[in-house]
Write a protein that binds this ligand. Structure first.
Ligand SMILES: [Zn+2]
Length: 368
């Protein structure tokens, strides 16, 4: 499993940093397949950007392994193909046949260098984006990591909203439909044509107390997007928050609309070119996903080899069968997780790896 694929006339070959690189046509096929299945096929240039981002990310991973091999005095070349990538010591049939000849520490270094370089590349891209005040579109929006933890500027609007009180956030009654205007007319206690969140709360309490003996009737809550902030509240802010408020303060009615803030923020934190935004998003996503996936302690992934070498390094009794047992169990666990999360491709991959770990374990126990 996962040996080096045969040469084809359609292989793309070049050298980078002294490492020979071969790209099997199966690699482009899997890029197109993945691009389509992730909805990255329109416009067609998006598919190209997707493939380029995957190519760069996987190349960095394999270059990490290959350069680490070089440092250990072993010549290696890189192959990208339909299962991803391989860094193969030149003259060996596959990476995995290459079991002896160098120390456990060297093997750990070589194995960790792949995912390590890939994570480093993703972090560098994220740091560069932050330096430009841009979002990666992935960590906050897709994974749901709080913006402040990764200094993602897309959290600027949330910061503004969180530091305002329920008196400061309001809906503009003049921009509501007649029905809503009629409903909320009496709720606007200070008659400023603004229904603040605090006034809405009070109104709800009043209605609740009046209708106590009847059914409770919840008052409709208009959307957050329809809210406004008074321009004078700008003075409470500095830095990115102030800049956003100033840029979005377009009307002359002394109000800043949340919808304008959202649009302005989107404009500020992303690049003009949508293809560039896509590239950044895919590169960060694939790099982190691929690196973390490969660190799962499952053979023949990097994580499976790291587990084995760590057990060997710490002189754990029966290190290899133990690492195979961990591999089979983790493979099954991730496969089941994939089943529950509709990740059929992932499930198939991990069940296959779990089964081959189990077979290896049996062979090992029979003494090959
Ligand atoms: Zn690797």
């Amino acid at each position: 499993m996962l040996g080096e694929p045969k040469n084809t006339p359609y292989d793309l070959r070049f050298k980078f940093l002294g490492i020979a690189i071969r790209i099997h046509p199966g690699f482009w096929a899997i890029c197109v397949f993945l691009g389509f299945s992730m909805g990255m096929s329109t416009p067609p240039t998006a598919l190209l950007v997707f493939s380029l981002a995957v190519f760069l990310s996987l190349l960095i991973h394999e270059m990490g392994h290959a350069l680490a091999f070089n440092r250990c005095g072993i010549r290696a070349h890189v192959v990208l193909y339909h299962f991803g990538g391989l860094a193969v010591p030149t003259g060996m049939e596959s990476y995995f046949d290459h079991a002896s000849g160098y120390t456990s520490k060297q093997k750990l270094f070589v194995t960790a260098a792949g995912p390590g370089m890939q994570i480093l590349a993703a972090l560098l891209v994220i740091v560069a984006l932050r330096a430009m005040g841009k979002t990666d579109g992935f960590l906050t929006e897709h994974v749901g990591i709080p913006a402040r933890l990764t200094a993602d500027p897309s959290g600027t609007l949330d910061n503004i909203i969180m530091s305002l009180s329920r008196d400061d956030l309001a809906w503009d009654l003049r921009h509501m439909d007649e029905q809503m205007q009629a409903l909320f007319a009496s709720a606007d206690a200070n008659d400023d044509q603004l229904l603040s969140l605090a006034e809405h709360d009070t109104f709800q309490t009043t209605v609740d107390s009046l209708s106590e003996q009847f059914e409770q009737t919840p008052i409709p809550v208009p959307s957050v997007t329809a809210m406004v902030i008074k321009s004078e509240h700008k003075n409470r802010f500095i830095g990115a928050e102030l800049k956003l408020l100033e840029d979005a303060d377009v009307g002359d009615d002394g109000l800043i609309r949340i919808s304008d803030l959202q649009q302005t923020l989107q404009h500020q934190t992303s690049f003009e070119s949508d293809l560039l935004n896509k590239f950044v998003y895919i590169f960060v996503m694939i790099s982190l996903f691929w690196a973390i996936l490969n660190l799962a302690p499952v053979y023949p992934l990097d994580g499976g080899q790291i587990t084995r070498e760590l057990l060997v390094l710490f002189n754990v009794h029966n290190a290899i069968p133990k690492s195979l047992l961990v591999s089979a169990a983790t493979g099954v666990a991730i496969g089941i997780w994939g089943l529950g999360n509709n990740q059929i491709f992932l499930t198939m991959m991990f069940f296959m790896m779990a089964y081959s770990s189990y077979q290896l374990l049996q062979r090992f126990q029979r003494g090959y």
